[in-house]
Design a protein around this ligand. Sequence first.
Ligand SMILES: [Zn+2]
Length: 203
Amino acid sequence: MSRKRKQKKESSRRRVILLSGGIDSAYLLSKYHVPFNTICLYVNYGHPSHRQEFRSAVHICSEYRVALSTICTNMDTSKMRIGQQEAGPRVVPARNIVFCALAANHFPNTDIYLGCTKNDFNEYADCRKEFIDSISLLLQTCSGNRVFAPLLEISKEEIIADFSGVNIEDTFSCYEPTKQGKPCGKCNSCIERGLAIDKASSR
Ligand SMILES: [Zn+2]
């Protein structure tokens, strides 16, 4: 195949962006969506913040005029339910394997984009380069999908400093919101988000 034809084929591959409604995936969408050739995928896996995250995902997609596909599934989220306003890691085992497999099942032969960042490295094994490379190879073999995580070397602080397109207040990323649907302010997700916003604004 000629280089030009290969480049055209590459650019015409459909992109599936996994969107949680948080800062990282909203930024990923802003940077990596290709008009008319991108779809966002939101997975409701029974997590405590589904209602708030889904509302953000819908808003973000409408701002960028990108179609949103939703899949409901049932995962063990007990590790996310350690009590409102509790700090500590909340890891859902193999979550990104399930997300990528669902994306590949519904959208074979596409490029799947994940919003993993530098901040995820310590707690989330399924946000590391080895995982991304491995699952990309696996899915390429069985369904023609490739997996990309282009924010792996970028910190949340850097993302916030460069954030545009939608308001940060319109994103949502608390693990276990209050009964009123507000961010708890105490979980690791809230803490990390608050620190990154402070650091970015004092740059
Ligand atoms: Zn929280």
